[in-house]
Design a protein around this ligand. Structure first.
Ligand SMILES: Cc1cc2nc3c(=O)[nH]c(=O)nc-3n(C[C@H](O)[C@H](O)[C@H](O)COP(=O)(O)OP(=O)(O)OC[C@H]3O[C@@H](n4cnc5c(N)ncnc54)[C@H](O)[C@@H]3O)c2cc1C
Length: 337
């Protein structure tokens, strides 16, 4: 019995546990497989893909190498295809709640299982995230049907009158994206200027999107299947405008939380809720590394391309730490020579 138990524990011992299955965690899973490491990838959401899948699946990403443009959904599909070429234990729908040092390994506790791992790679992004809500009375009764926080399927907006609320990159990008399918798009923003990329703001100004600025949505009321939206002009008392719409897309940003990982006793950048790492992507705890939006250092940009670049640094250090006698990685051109 005892021996069986020990074997079971050995089965549960991974070289590396990747916490977080966003784009960076997914690429890390593939790369760890490439280095022949025994790897598990744990993701709290039911599906992999992180922010790309949950927040902006239909947005076109322009700044990932090798693509002139790729939607969030398409990039996640490509990453999933790449990940599937390696033997990686993917566990979606399980949040890592506990991370404890145990003699020569770590105990990884999720809401469903406990496993052991020689090293840990944190790729939790900004932690769990949820959209900043539209602050109007009884908002809950409109959510899902008329009020949404992301474009999950562009076709759902076909022929509709859509109000986009917000003034940042996402609001501008989404208003332009919706213009291609909607009957009419309104963009309501409390300031007169938009904070999107300059090129996108120029495109917006030449588009058919009706700009309603500086206004803020104050009230929504049901009108059959539609909603009557009342927005008030900023710094006035009774200058309001009413728009009848099928949907409101709220792009007020996201509130992220890494409450869980605060208990992991790692050196956190308190202001950004990120983990401080060195040039090898190592955190303050030996054997624990961090990449992607969850890792920070001087000059860090929280971009997909940055996170992808950090992955080989971390995984190759982990491989060296676990198997110092193995060859250092050589790239494909060296192999061909
Ligand atoms: C609207 C918007 C548009 C953007 N556009 C671009 C763009 O055009 N180009 C660009 O480069 N970047 C863009 N970004 C930023 C980009 O999405 C992030 O840099 C990228 O998602 C970071 O990837 P990641 O894997 O590090 O983290 P995330 O994508 O945040 O993934 C982290 C994953 O970890 C999971 N997780 C968290 N805690 C736990 C836990 N305890 N246990 C298990 N799993 C956990 C989360 O559920 C999540 O799936 C955009 C971001 C937003 C919000």
């Amino acid at each position: 019995m005892k021996e069986k138990g020990n074997n079971k524990m050995q089965d549960n011992l991974y070289d590396i546990t990747i916490i977080g299955g966003g784009p960076v965690g997914m690429f890390a899973g593939f790369y760890a497989g490439l280095r022949n490491l025994k790897v598990q990838l744990i993701e709290s959401l039911p599906e992999l893909g992180g922010q790309l899948n949950a927040i902006y699946p239909e947005k076109t990403i322009l700044d990932v190498a090798g693509f002139t443009g790729v939607t969030g959904k398409q990039l996640v599909e490509k990453l999933a295809d790449q990940l599937a070429t390696m033997s990686v234990d993917v566990k979606a729908g399980q949040a890592v709640e506990g991370l404890e040092k145990d003699a020569d390994s770590f105990l990884i506790k999720t809401n469903q299982s406990t496993t052991r791992s020689k090293t840990v790679l944190i790729a939790t992004g900004g932690g769990s995230f949820e959209p900043r809500k539209l602050a109007v009375p009884e908002i809950e009764q409109f959510e899902k049907q008329n009020v949404v926080y992301s474009i999950q399927n562009l076709a759902d907006f076909k022929g509709q009158t859509v109000i986009v609320a917000g003034g940042g990159n996402s609001a501008v990008d989404n208003a332009l994206l919706l213009e291609s399918v909607a009957k009419q798009v309104y963009l309501i923003h409390r300031r007169s200027e938009f904070r999107g990329m300059e090129h996108m703001v120029d495109t917006l100004n030449q588009s058919t999107v009706k700009l309603v600025t500086p206004y803020l949505i104050k009230k929504i009321s049901a009108q059959d299947d539609q909603v009557l939206v009342t927005a008030k002009k900023m710094r006035t008392t009774d200058d309001t405008i009413d728009i009848l719409a099928d949907k409101i897309l709220v792009n007020y940003g996201f509130i992220s939380s890494n409450k869980v990982s605060k208990g992991w006793e790692l050196d956190l950048d308190e202001s950004h809720h990120m983990f401080n790492v060195d040039t090898e992507m190592a955190t303050s705890v030996p054997g624990v590394y961090a990449v992607g939006d969850s890792a920070t250092y001087e000059g860090k940009d929280t971009l997909i391309a940055t996170g992808f670049g950090e992955v080989p640094l971390a995984i190759n250090q982990i491989a060296k730490r676990l198997y110092p006698d193995r060859h250092e990685p050589i790239h494909s051109t060296s192999i061909k020579r």
